[in-house]
Design a protein around this ligand. Structure first.
Ligand code: SAH
Ligand code: SF4
Ligand code: F3S
Length: 477
C-alpha cells in the first residue's frame, strides 16, 4: 500500500516540471488544517505551489468536514461553484482544473459525491492523501477514483515527506488519530477510524524539525489526544505526559499545547505534568457536551457530571490558573428543560475561558439519529442562545480580568494597523500590541491594558530570555 509514493523520485521529476497552482480549502477541525499542510507537502515535489484563490488553480482540493449537516452540505455548494470555474477554464483557455474532495465527507459519502457532482475527479479519504501524486497521474487516464475506505494511518505517516513547508512560529502536529469512544451523536469513529498513535520517535523527529525551522509553539493534535499511547524505542507505550516531557527538552520549543482531550483519558500523570512543566500551557480544551447525567448516558460519554467536576478540581489544584474550554451540544434527543438547566449549572460552576456550543445535528448512521424524542429546532435554538449568552459572559469576564496583569506573549504575525503585532497569551487569547512588529517570533512579557470579547490589548515590557533568544540583547530585568 505504501509503494505508491517515492518522494525522491517525485523530487527528481519536479526539476523539469513547470509550476502548477494548488488551491486547498479547509473545513472542520485542526486535524484537517494539519492534513491540508501535509497534502501541500506531498504535492510540492510534483511542482505544485500554493495559490490563494481557486480562480487560477490547476488543482483544487476541498478538505471537508462531516461533523454536522451544515458542514457537509457546504461542500456541495462549493463544488457547484468550482464546476462553473472548471467549465469556464476549459472553454476559454483550454486548460483543465482537477478537483479533489478529501477529508471526512470524502470518507463518509465518497460515492455520493461522485454521483452528485460529475466535475469531481477524485475522492481521497483522510488516511490516503499520501497517495495523491499517484492518484493524480491515474486521474489523467480515468475519472472516478475513490481511495481511503480502509484505515491505516501508519502507512500515511510513513509515506509523508520529512520536511514540512510553512514559516510560522506556531505549528500543529498530529500525534494521534481516530476514536474508539462512539459517542452516539458523532461521525468521527466512522470517518477517522480506530484510535492510533504515532510512535514517540516519529513525533519527536517532526517536532525537532519544526523547532529547527523556527517554530516555538507546537499544538499536538488528536481526536482523543490524551489517549496517546505511541510506541517507544523499548517497545513499551508512552503517555501524552511522557511525550510532553520529552518535547519540553527540545531547544527552542517553548510552548506545548494539545487538543482535543476526553475527560476519561485525563490521566494522573498528565494532570501532574501541568504542575511540573512550564512549557505546557495553562489552557485545556476538555469537552463535556452536557451537564445532565441522563443525557451524558444517552450520549455514551461514559462519565457523569460529578466525575467532570472532580477532574476540574484536580486540574486546578495542579495548575491554579488553568483556563478551561469545552464543547457543548444542546437539543440532543430527549433533552428536557431540566437537562438543559443542568448544563447551564455545570457551566456556571466550571467557569469557562472560552467554549464552543452547537445545536445537535442528526448524522446518518449514528445511533442518536434514530432515537425518538428529537427536540424541535426552535426549542434547541432558544437553548443555544441562552447557553451562548452565558459562555460569552464568562469569556468577556475572563478577558477583562487580564487587565493589569503581565502575560508572556508569543508574537506570531503583523496586525492590520501600522506596526501592530498579534500574538497569543499562555491562555490562547489573541493579544494586540502597537509598534511591535519587530517582536514577531519572540516571547515577550506584555502588560495587558484591556480585555475585549475576542482579544486583549497590551504594551510590551521587555523580551524574555529563552533558549532561542540567548545571545539577543535582553532589555531590563
Ligand atoms: N473528540 C472530541 C470532539 C470532536 S468533534 C471530543 O470528544 O470532545 C467536535 C465537537 O463537535 C464535539 O465536541 C461536539 O460538541 C460537536 N459535535 C459532534 N457531533 C455533533 C453532532 N452530531 N451535532 C452537533 N454537534 C456535534
Ligand atoms: Fe466523537 Fe465522542 Fe470520539 Fe469525540 S470522543 S470524536 S465526540 S465519538
Ligand atoms: Fe470534521 Fe472530520 Fe474533524 S468530521 S471535525 S474534519 S475529524
Amino acid at each position: 500500500m505504501t509503494d505508491t509514493l517515492v518522494p525522491q523520485a517525485a523530487e527528481a521529476e519536479a526539476e523539469h516540471a513547470p509550476t502548477k497552482r494548488l488551491f486547498i480549502k479547509t473545513y472542520g477541525c485542526q486535524m484537517n488544517v494539519y492534513d491540508s499542510e501535509r497534502m501541500a507537502d506531498v504535492l510540492r515535489p510534483l511542482g505544485y505551489a500554493p495559490t490563494e484563490t481557486p480562480d487560477d488553480a490547476d488543482f483544487v482540493i476541498l478538505n471537508t468536514c462531516h461533523i454536522r449537516e451544515k458542514a457537509a452540505e457546504k461542500v456541495y455548494s462549493e463544488l457547484g461553484k468550482l464546476r462553473e470555474l472548471k467549465d469556464a477554464k476549459a472553454a476559454t483557455s483550454n486548460t483543465t482544473m482537477t478537483i479533489a474532495v478529501a477529508g471526512c465527507v470524502a470518507q463518509a459519502e465518497g460515492e455520493e459525491i461522485m454521483r452528485r457532482q460529475p466535475a469531481v475527479d477524485l475522492v481521497v479519504g483522510p488516511q490516503a492523501y499520501h497517495q495523491l501524486p499517484e492518484l493524480l497521474t491515474r486521474t489523467a487516464r480515468a475519472r472516478g477514483e475513490r481511495i481511503g475506505a480502509d484505515f491505516a494511518p501508519n502507512d500515511k505517516f510513513d509515506a509523508l515527506p520529512a520536511t514540512r513547508g510553512g514559516d510560522g512560529v506556531t505549528a500543529f502536529l498530529t500525534v494521534q488519530e481516530g476514536c474508539d469512544k462512539f459517542c452516539t451523536f458523532c461521525v468521527v469513529p466512522y470517518t477517522r477510524g480506530a484510535e492510533w498513535s504515532r510512535p514517540l520517535a516519529a513525533v519527536l523527529d517532526e517536532a525537532r524539525a519544526l523547532a529547527d525551522r523556527g517554530v516555538r509553539e507546537v499544538t499536538l493534535l488528536g481526536q482523543n489526544v490524551n489517549a496517546y499511547d505511541g510506541e517507544r524505542a523499548d517497545g513499551k507505550k508512552a503517555t501524552l505526559a511522557e511525550l510532553a516531557h520529552a518535547l519540553a527538552e527540545i531547544p527552542g520549543l517553548d510552548r506545548i499545547r494539545y487538543t482535543t482531550s476526553h475527560p476519561n483519558d485525563m490521566s494522573d500523570d498528565l494532570i501532574a505534568a501541568h504542575g511540573d512543566l512550564d512549557a505546557l500551557m495553562p489552557y485545556l480544551h476538555l469537552p463535556v457536551q452536557s451537564g445532565s447525567d441522563r443525557i451524558l448516558r444517552l450520549m455514551n460519554r461514559k462519565h457523569g457530571r460529578q466525575k467532570y467536576f472532580d477532574l476540574i478540581e484536580r486540574i486546578r489544584a495542579a495548575r491554579p490558573d488553568m483556563a478551561l474550554s469545552g464543547d457543548f451540544i444542546v437539543g440532543f434527543p430527549g433533552e428536557t428543560e431540566r437537562d438543559f438547566e443542568d448544563t447551564m449549572d455545570l457551566v456556571r460552576r466550571v467557569n469557562y475561558a472560552s467554549a464552543f456550543s452547537f445545536m445537535y445535528s442528526p448524522r446518518p448512521g449514528t445511533p442518536a439519529a434514530g432515537m425518538g424524542a428529537q427536540v424541535p429546532p426552535e426549542v434547541a435554538k432558544d437553548r443555544l442562545h441562552r447557553l451562548q449568552a452565558l459562555l460569552l459572559e464568562q469569556q468577556v469576564a475572563f478577558n477583562a480580568a487580564q487587565a493589569g496583569r503581565t502575560l508572556d506573549v508569543l508574537f506570531e504575525k503583523k496586525g492590520r494597523h501600522g506596526r501592530q503585532a498579534i500574538g497569543r497569551s499562555p491562555y490562547l487569547q489573541s493579544v494586540h500590541v502597537d509598534d511591535a512588529d519587530h517582536l514577531i517570533g519572540k516571547i515577550v512579557p506584555v502588560e495587558i491594558v484591556s480585555g475585549q470579547q475576542n482579544s486583549l490589548t497590551g504594551k510590551p515590557i521587555a523580551p524574555v530570555p529563552s533558549s532561542r533568544d540567548l545571545g539577543v540583547s535582553v532589555l531590563g530585568a
